[in-house]
Design a protein around this ligand. Structure first.
Ligand SMILES: Nc1ncnc2c1ncn2[C@@H]1O[C@H](COP(=O)(O)OP(=O)(O)OP(=O)(O)O)[C@@H](O)[C@H]1O
Ligand SMILES: [Mg+2]
Length: 341
């Protein structure tokens, strides 16, 4: 058998591969296998290279009975564990081994189970409080209407919190499902910004925020999903108002650039700038994670679920756009969305 030719072919594969002959010697290794196990192993007994019992066992069994087997090989690389699925197949009295990296699949699994744990926790907290107050109410014997009303309003607030959470989760899953299909309908952004701000006027007035517009009296049309872009604006403006501190200004501006390097195309910017506490630069990349809140307690008090920016990110992905966050602690933050024009 021409081992050199085989090695050349195996070198083209994106996974590590090794061939072991019937006297248990390594006869071919591709370069990915060499980076995994080391060089100078050709003609050596495979046990000197692959020291893990599960794999050794699988190779010896396959050499004996010719059956194809799959097993696991764990590789530690500077504090990082990579899990390989190893398949052993017999080919003309030799065993061919392929090492497939399954770590990214496991990271996906891990993220899914973290997500379920987070959702359960977020739902459990208000639910526990609702159940507790219902129990107290049902064991109340006196006619203290004031206390009863207070408990009922707590139950209502907690139930509304659960309702918001479920609505946000549904919205997140809808956005994720639609992400691969870019929107086709056209909409006008100045109108969208003005009408969205109108919807938010109660919370804007409550926080005594002055909105300053820089919309340049243009008409800017983009391809976009009306509901989803409204949702983006609602969350960004609501955040600026909620975390921007009372009695302050929030500036909303819209502009058009002929070339945006990030999209490599003509683009539109919508920027929402506040004068709040700002955000530690180290935390910026975490803001779009699901359920991530910097000040967990304060955000909860304000009714936040921590899903707003995760939804914004997915909506921007669907629009083939970007969300850029800039902030200086003590001076405020800017959330800028970039949309292809
Ligand atoms: N403009 C801002 N200034 C300071 N911190 C902000 C600002 N916008 C967002 N954050 C921080 O980012 C976190 C995540 O924001 P996000 O919008 O995802 O969630 P939320 O506002 O807490 O809840 P939700 O939007 O679901 O009601 C917030 O909890 C807050 O800590
Ligand atoms: Mg928010």
């Amino acid at each position: 058998m021409n081992y050199l030719a085989l090695e050349n072919i195996l070198d083209k594969l994106p996974i590590a591969a090794i061939i072991i002959d019937d006297s248990e010697r390594i006869v071919v290794m591709n370069s990915l296998a060499m980076s995994l196990f080391g060089e100078d192993l050709i003609s050596r007994n495979f046990i000197t290279a692959i020291r893990q019992p599960l794999v050794i066992d699988a190779i010896q069994q396959t050499l004996k009975d010719g059956q194809t087997r799959k097993t696991l090989y764990l590789h530690n690389k500077s504090n990082f564990r990579i899990n390989y699925e190893v398949s052993c197949k017999l080919f003309e009295k030799q065993v061919v081994l392929f090492f497939e990296d399954k770590s990214s699949f496991e990271t996906g699994e891990q993220m899914r189970s973290d997500f379920i744990a987070n959702v359960s926790h977020e739902l459990k907290t208000p639910l526990t409080s609702i159940l507790g107050f219902i129990e107290t109410l049902s064991s109340m014997t006196n006619d203290d209407t004031k206390t009863r009303d207070r408990f009922l309003s707590i139950i209502q607030r907690e139930a509304q919190r659960m309702d918001r959470l479920v609505a946000d989760l549904l919205s997140l899953s809808r956005v994720e499902a639609s992400e691969r299909m870019a929107p086709i309908e056209k909409l006008e952004l100045v109108d969208l910004i003005r009408s969205t701000t109108k919807v938010l006027s109660p919370i804007i007035e409550l926080n005594k925020i002055e909105i300053e517009y820089d919309l340049k009296d243009l008409e800017i049309w983009v391809r976009g999903d009306d509901d989803q872009l409204r949702q983006v604006l609602i969350n960004l403006i609501e955040n600026a108002v909620k975390y921007g501190g009372s009695n302050k200004k929030v500036k909303i501006s819209l502009s058009n650039v002929y070339y945006e390097a990030l999209l490599q195309a003509e683009a539109v910017y919508i920027s929402i700038r506040d004068l709040g506490h700002g955000i530690d630069p180290l935390l910026l990349p975490r803001l779009t994670e699901r359920f991530y809140r910097i000040d967990d307690h304060r955000s909860r008090e304000l009714g936040g679920t921590g899903l707003g920016l995760a939804i914004v990110k997915h909506i921007m992905n669907r629009h083939r756009g970007r969300l850029i966050i800039k902030s200086r602690p003590g001076e405020g933050s800017e959330f800028k969305i970039i949309l292809p024009h």
